[in-house]
Each structure stands twice: as structure tokens, then as C-alpha cells.
Design a protein around this ligand. Structure first.
Ligand code: PMT
Length: 408
């Protein structure tokens, strides 16, 4: 009964795969979930509400303005009550409406009103799924933390072969179970995350920095917190609001970051260094604005401490994850760093591309371990990358406790 007492809204939209949602419902209920089914009008063309109602043992919601026994506003109360909203199957239509903020029936209204996490399992004709408009809508929802269970490949009901058919029922139910498990796997652990750029002052109005937006590090902080960790976020200047309930330490320079990180290190179980730390700082900080004059201005730079390497040389019980931001020889450079800095894992990203790495909402990373093994992850939202990293971190923590030191 892995889903005992979980409140799940199952949204069923109008595609031939709607019949598979019946089996999804049956399996969720079997695992102990309390499931509230919401059907769009076109979903009811494929399967009758009574089938869902019988299995869910809850009334099925089909109309926005149906008279109910309840006195509250139903889409709001359900939106608040849900631990998870699962849309299976999710048509191109519902994905498109949600991506554009359209709320013209019960389900799309609930989607906009809920603060619960949302999982979508798309199902449609392969040409539709490959359409750039659908892919843009998916990317835009991913950037807003909506999670997707990718469709499978094979022959679809319209006799076309390609990617678009609803994921297997077992994959959907596992994704739901994994979601709830994730909520708990870092309880009792302290995770220290660094994020954003550092600013190294040259004079009162100028500094050396880099384009880090903090998105990757903040996604890690938020994901760690959602999984139950006590989170310390040490961040350079960004435009982002820190996730609620994290211990937030804003810093500007690498030296300030180092001081805060070293203070928090001993009590941390996991350290993840996503910050883009300046390797050099101006040797002299001018106390007044430098005035322009004829000829060149030569600025001398001196090395900043390598905070990650320092932690690597001192760490005892901590699981240590570094990042490698490279423009060339990504794999070779990252492999060297994982060993030189005594890391448990390094997350390597190519920062030459504008679609991933700095500032983007998505990232594509390699996970590299000290034994030389590599995992090549697909391009995903930074939040999804964060959860993928934490899945491995949880395993590393578990193995550290068992002290067998092997990679996940
Ligand atoms: O913030 P975003 O816009 O979302 O962009 C995300 C990101 C590209 C900044 C992120 O994914 C990333 O790659 N962060 C690491 C950037 C970096 O400084 O990489 P590096 O290869 O120069 O450094 C290697 C590691 O050493 C990093 O973990 C870094 O935090 C750490 N380091 C570097 C220098 C230094 N003096 N001290 C350090 O601790």
C-alpha cells in the first residue's frame, strides 16, 4: 500500500488512451490512494464516468457548474486537497490550454488553481507529439515544474508508428509512487547548496562576474527541501527568490562564499556546489571609481581559493557533488576534476550552448563518478535535472552509511 491515504486527482482527457486510465485508477486505488477523477467532455466520449466512479468510490466530476451536495467551490477545494494531480492521458489540447493559462472547464480550472505538483502523461498521434508547438508547450510547462511521463514508441490507434502512445500503465503508477517516495528520502539530512555567480569588486561600481542566474542551484535547493532535507542555500547575487523555509545566506565574493560554506560544512551531510565561483579576483580593490584616461588599464588578478577542492581535501562523512562548466573537452576536464577535487560525483555541463547551462531553464548534463563511469542524461528542466542528481545523491548517502563506497 505504497500510496496509503494519498489524495490524488486523476484528470482524464479525450483520447483513445482514456480507457487505459481505468487501469491506472484501479492500480492507484489498490495501492491505497484516495482518487478523485475529473473527466473532460471529450474523455466521456471514450469511457463513461460510471466506470471510473465504481472503481474510485468517489463521485466523478464532469461539469464545471454541476449542482453538488457540497457548499464549497469544488474546483478550489479539490485543488487544495490534492497531494498530486495526474493527467493521464494528456492530450495536445489540455497541454496547450494549460501552457497558455486557459481555464474553460473543470479540469483546466483546477490545473490553474492548484498548488499541488502536476504529473502529465501525454498521449497523441506521433506527428502531433513531434509538432514544435506541442514541444514548446511541454517545455514551457516543464520550466514551471510540471513533470512529464514520456510517451512510448510503437504503433498508435491511428495506425501510425512513432512516439506518442501513452506510457505503460505500470510506468505511470511507478512515476506516482516515485513522486511520493521522493518526498521523504532526504528527511533528517542537511544539504548545503551553493548557487549563482560571485562578484569580485574592482572599484565601488565595477566587478568581475559571470552569467550564472542561480536557476540550477535554486532548483537543487527547492528539490532537496521538497524531499525533506534541511537546506542551506549559499548564493551569489541573483534575481530569484530563495525557496521558502531554506536557510538562506546571500554572499557576493568567493571569499564570502568560502567563509559561509566552511562554517556550515561540518554539520552538512551533502554538499552540492552549483555556484559559478570566480577563479580570480582583482588584486586591488580601488576605493573610488576608476577614472578613464588615455591608454590601457592593466588590472592584476589574483587566485581565489578553490572552495570545492578545499572541501574535498577535508570532507569526512559528507557526500560531495561538484559541477563542471566547460566550453571544450567536457568529459576529459570533468573527469580530471572529479579526481583532483576528491568528489563523489561531478555534474558536467557544456556552457557554450545558450539552450543549456547558464541562464536557461533547461540543462543537459553528464554525471561522472570517480571510477570513471558516466551517465548521460537527456535535456530536461533544471528542476528535473535537480531531482535526477538527488536520486543519485540519496543512493550515495545510503551507500556511505553502508560504507561500501560504490557508485549508485
Ligand atoms: O546558474 P545558472 O544560470 O542556472 O547556470 C548553471 C551553471 C552553468 C552555473 C551550473 O550548472 C554550473 O555549471 N556550475 C558550476 C560553474 C563553475 O564554476 O564551474 P567550474 O568548472 O569553473 O568549477 C568547478 C567546480 O568548482 C564547481 O562546482 C564550482 O562551484 C567549484 N569552484 C570553482 C572555483 C572556485 N574558486 N571554487 C569552487 O568551489
Amino acid at each position: 500500500m505504497s500510496l496509503q491515504d494519498r489524495e490524488i486527482v486523476l484528470g482524464v482527457t479525450g483520447g483513445i488512451a482514456a480507457y487505459k486510465a481505468v487501469e491506472v485508477l484501479r492500480r492507484l486505488v489498490q495501492q491505497g490512494a484516495n482518487v478523485h477523477v475529473v473527466m473532460t467532455r471529450s474523455a466521456q466520449e471514450f469511457v463513461g464516468p460510471l466506470t471510473f466512479q465504481t472503481l474510485a468510490r468517489n463521485p466523478v466530476i464532469t461539469e464545471m457548474f454541476a449542482l453538488t451536495q457540497e457548499t464549497d467551490i469544488q474546483h478550489i477545494s479539490l485543488a487544495r486537497r490534492a497531494d498530486l494531480v495526474l493527467i493521464a492521458p494528456a492530450t495536445a489540447n489540455v497541454i496547450g490550454k494549460f501552457a497558455h493559462g486557459i481555464a474553460d472547464d473543470f479540469l483546466t480550472t483546477l490545473l490553474l488553481a492548484t498548488r499541488a505538483p502536476i504529473l502529465m502523461a501525454p498521449a497523441m498521434n506521433p506527428e502531433m507529439y513531434a509538432n514544435g508547438i506541442v514541444q514548446d508547450n511541454i517545455a514551457s510547462l516543464r520550466a514551471r515544474q510540471v513533470r512529464f511521463i514520456p510517451p512510448g514508441a510503437g504503433e498508435t490507434a491511428c495506425n501510425e508508428v512513432g512516439v506518442g502512445r501513452l506510457a505503460e500503465v505500470s510506468a505511470i503508477v511507478e512515476a506516482v509512487e516515485r513522486f511520493f517516495l521522493q518526498g521523504r528520502d532526504l528527511v533528517g539530512k542537511k544539504v548545503l547548496v551553493t548557487a549563482g555567480p560571485t562578484e569580485e569588486p574592482l572599484d565601488p561600481v565595477r566587478f568581475l562576474s559571470n552569467p550564472s542566474s542561480g536557476k540550477m542551484g535554486y532548483a537543487l535547493a527547492e528539490a532537496s527541501q521538497n524531499r525533506g532535507a534541511q537546506v542551506v542555500l549559499v548564493s551569489g547575487p541573483t534575481l530569484l527568490a530563495p525557496p521558502p523555509n531554506v536557510d538562506f545566506y546571500p554572499i557576493k565574493t568567493a571569499l564570502e562564499m568560502r567563509a559561509t560554506v566552511m562554517r556550515e560544512l561540518e554539520s552538512s551531510d551533502v554538499v552540492i556546489k552549483a555556484a559559478a565561483v570566480a577563479d580570480y579576483r582583482p588584486k586591488t580593490m580601488f576605493t573610488s571609481k576608476i577614472k578613464k584616461r588615455e591608454g590601457e588599464l592593466v588590472v592584476q588578478l589574483e587566485r581565489n581559493p578553490d572552495i570545492l577542492a578545499e572541501i574535498g581535501s577535508q570532507k569526512r562523512h559528507q557526500v560531495l557533488v561538484g559541477f563542471a562548466a566547460e566550453t571544450d573537452d567536457l568529459l576529459a576536464n570533468a573527469r580530471a576534476k572529479v579526481l583532483q577535487k576528491n568528489l563523489d560525483m561531478i555534474v558536467a555541463n557544456n556552457v557554450r550552448s545558450t539552450e543549456i547551462g547558464f541562464r536557461s531553464n533547461e540543462n543537459k548534463v553528464l554525471l561522472i563518478y570517480p571510477d570513471g563511469s558516466i551517465e548521460d542524461l537527456p535535456k530536461m528542466s533544471k528542476r528535473e535535472v535537480a531531482d535526477a542528481i538527488l536520486d543519485r545523491v540519496v543512493e550515495l548517502v545510503r551507500r556511505r552509511a553502508g560504507a561500501d563506497g560504490t557508485r549508485p
